[in-house]
Design a protein around this ligand. Structure first.
Ligand code: BG6
Length: 485
């Protein structure tokens, strides 16, 4: 029987934005359908545009049908009865009295979810406080990216901290809610066989890739000022790196896990000056074929400037300065309009010190542990076995551990898990202030360097694996990206 969540009032700012319609409302619907939402679970959808509740619900239902599934009519009706609606400008004080009146008699466990641009977080916090809407039982959920660089993130964070305590601030990174990321923790810390190998003595390098086939879609307004570094690398990729590289925490307590994660970010070797052009590749997609369809180049997408230098691809080589990881490169990569949609953490072990077998392609025979987060979640181990019937040739074979796709139970989406945690006040999978600051601190010199150079991002054709320079980043070290090996 699924655990019933606490009664709650969830105030959703930006309720008709892309994130809310595509992810948040469908996730809340799934929690409802699974019987996890308390009868006293209320959602207040805040939108700026002039529409009434009925029009909003229609929009929400259409999005659910488009992005998730056509809901059963009876279940949708019961779910939508939880949703009330307010039309107001979250940046201005005027609407907050309406909001105060609306939530006065709803459950005191209030979650203010900000699915809006991070520049609005201070204003929202200030107005909530001015209208006496924040109590000890309130929390604020902040979407990434918070700010556009270290200074702006600090500013936003400090302003929000005037009204909410650190324990009340839930900085969300939905990659931490993905099933395989949880499984990474389980595999690492519930098995002693991995822990002994999990260091520079046995691991050659680690690759973390989040590749998307979609382009900028209708999000140019957001993406033009953001780019792949701020949108994906500063948060999702660094978080995956932390989960892979952190020391075993003393417990699953939020502070214990976050203490270990922040140590990893702080131990990252700074990439500055000359190092940047050597160790970081940024790219921008040109026209090409994506899923067999011709697609335009980034600069011809609606809302994108014709001379835009926004990167839609970034790859970099990171190193962690500590005993466990000294000398083990972490290659991180993400991009839009790439050849495949996938997210993988590939841990490649060192070759055996001395080979007694015939191996045709020694490089591709190394043991690998692959955590696949999407599209088909699961864990695989690549080992070597004897080729049947041969003299003494060996070949790679893959063992799949517990593929998530073969589970009988529906696997909850990352946002379902994180929304449930926010409702129940469990902050383990949310970011603490020092993690956010450390991440920006590490990324900032790269962003500043790009802002001052007149070099354009490297072009790559849509439907490929990114610019040639990204292949060179590994080739130079005698390595290959996973799709080539
Ligand atoms: C979001 C980014 O955080 O993550 C998007 O803003 C990106 O640009 C998305 O498309 C990818 O998430 P997922 O879960 O679909 O891989």
């Amino acid at each position: 029987m699924a655990e019933l969540l606490h009664p709650f009032t969830l105030v959703l700012f930006g309720a008709n934005g892309d994130l809310s319609l595509r992810k948040l409302i469908p996730s809340l619907f799934n929690l409802h359908q699974d019987g996890r939402l308390h009868d006293d679970g209320c959602i207040v959808a805040v939108t700026r545009s002039d529409e009434n509740r009925e029009a909003y619900l229609e929009q929400a239902k259409a999005a659910l049908c488009q992005f998730e599934k056509t809901p059963d009519e009876k279940i949708w009706r019961a779910f939508s009865a939880r949703i009330s609606h307010i039309q107001m400008d979250a940046g201005k004080g005027a609407g907050y009295s309406k909001l105060a009146k609306k939530i006065a008699h709803l459950p005191a466990n209030r979650i203010f979810y900000c699915a809006v641009h991070s520049r609005m977080y201070p204003q929202i916090s200030e107005q909530l406080s001015a209208h006496d809407l924040i109590s000890e039982q309130s929390r604020i959920v902040l979407e990434k990216p918070i700010g556009t660089d270290f200074a702006s993130a600090m500013h936003i964070d400090q302003r929000v901290a005037e009204f909410f305590t650190e324990e009340q601030i839930f900085r969300i990174d939905h990659y931490l809610g993905k099933e395989t990321v949880q499984n990474l923790l389980a595999l690492r810390f519930a098995n002693s066989i991995f822990e002994h190998q999990w260091n520079q003595r046995y691991i050659d390098h680690i690759q973390i890739t989040i590749s998307e086939t979609v382009g900028v879609e209708k999000r140019a307004g957001f993406y033009e000022g953001t780019g792949a570094m701020r949108d994906m690398l500063q948060n999702h990729l660094l978080q995956l790196l932390c989960m892979t590289a952190m020391e075993p925490p003393a417990s699953l307590d939020p502070q214990a896990v976050r203490d270990e994660k922040v140590k990893v970010i702080k131990a990252l070797r700074p990439i500055t000056g000359e190092d940047i052009s050597h160790n970081v590749v940024r790219g921008q997609y040109e026209a090409g074929l994506s899923n067999n369809e011709r697609v335009p180049r980034y600069r011809d997408e609606t809302g994108v400037a014709h001379d835009s230098t926004t990167e839609t691809f970034v790859a970099l080589k990171a190193e962690i300065n500590n005993w466990r990881w000294a000398g083990v490169p972490f290659y991180l990569r993400t991009g839009k309009r790439l050849a495949e949609r996938s997210c993988e953490i590939v841990v490649e072990f060192k070759e055996v010190p001395h080979t007694i077998f015939e191996m045709q392609h020694k490089k591709t025979m190394a043991n690998k542990l692959v955590f696949r987060l999407q599209p088909d979640e699961g864990v695989k181990i690549q080992l070597c076995e004897k080729r049947v019937g041969s003299q003494m040739q060996v070949r790679p074979m893959v063992l799949s551990l517990n593929p998530v796709s073969q589970q009988k139970k529906r696997v909850p989406d990352a946002y379902e898990r994180l929304l449930a945690d926010a409702i129940n006040n469990n902050a383990t999978l949310f970011l603490r202030q020092d993690e956010l600051h450390a991440a920006w601190h590490w990324i900032d010199p790269i962003l500043q360097y790009w802002a001052t150079t007149d070099q354009r991002p490297e072009p790559y054709n849509a439907g490929t694996w990114g610019p040639a320079a990204a292949t060179m980043l590994l080739a130079r070290d005698g390595r290959l990206w996973a799709e080539n090996s």
